[in-house]
Design a binder for this molecule. Sequence first.
Ligand SMILES: *Cc1c(COP(=O)(O)O)cnc(C)c1O
Length: 232
Amino acid sequence: MSVAIKNNLKIIKQRIQSACEKCGRNPSEITLVAVSKTKPDEDVLQLLGAGQLHFGENRAKSLEDRMASIKDDSIQWHFIGNLQTNKIKYMAHRVDWIQSIHKKKALKEVEKRAAEEDRIINVLIQVNISSEDQKSGCSLEDLEGILKYAHNLKHTRVLGLMGMATFTDEPERVRPEFKLLRTLRDKHMHLNGGAVDLKHLSMGMTNDLEIAIEEGSTMVRVGTAIFGERNY
Ligand SMILES: *Cc1c(COP(=O)(O)O)cnc(C)c1O
């Protein structure tokens, strides 16, 4: 098992490298977030041993448990799932990135909890770029207001946008959605300043990371291709 996981990591890095070569980008611009949801701690430790430092979970309780059981200061923990505002307090003491902020109320809570912990938490604003799912992410229209609100935060840094593409087994179908996220980012660059610096685009998963990289992704979130199929 451990050999397989390390080999999977190698293969993913090669995929990132080839995708970058194809469009003239530098692989060092891409952060690989290993999405360990539902997988045992041993798997995470194997990857950590192989030099992987960014890990993501999509449930608040899973992240809390993971951060408690694997104590390593070099790890950057990402929360990537649907976020209920009342769960932020359970992760604020350690989480490094919250990728799924989609309203001012959640930003306000992150700011409050990070201040209490005397920390800075990086966040991405999740935008609804998918044609099918109305629930994940803010609307295109709400983005500007959220970014303006974020300007004066002291313990929260808004470092970019995150998007979940439509679930499909034809990767090319998601290209317009990735393009949309990048266009949105470019369109809002004039709001950079204060706590806002829109340098990251978190998009691309196991099935579509090449397309996401071609469209400007700086963070890919990969689960299945590293850890194997999930059974839930
Ligand atoms: C599970 C998950 C991923 C990883 O998906 P894979 O297809 O397994 O690579 C990425 N992002 C989010 C938000 C997820 O929940």
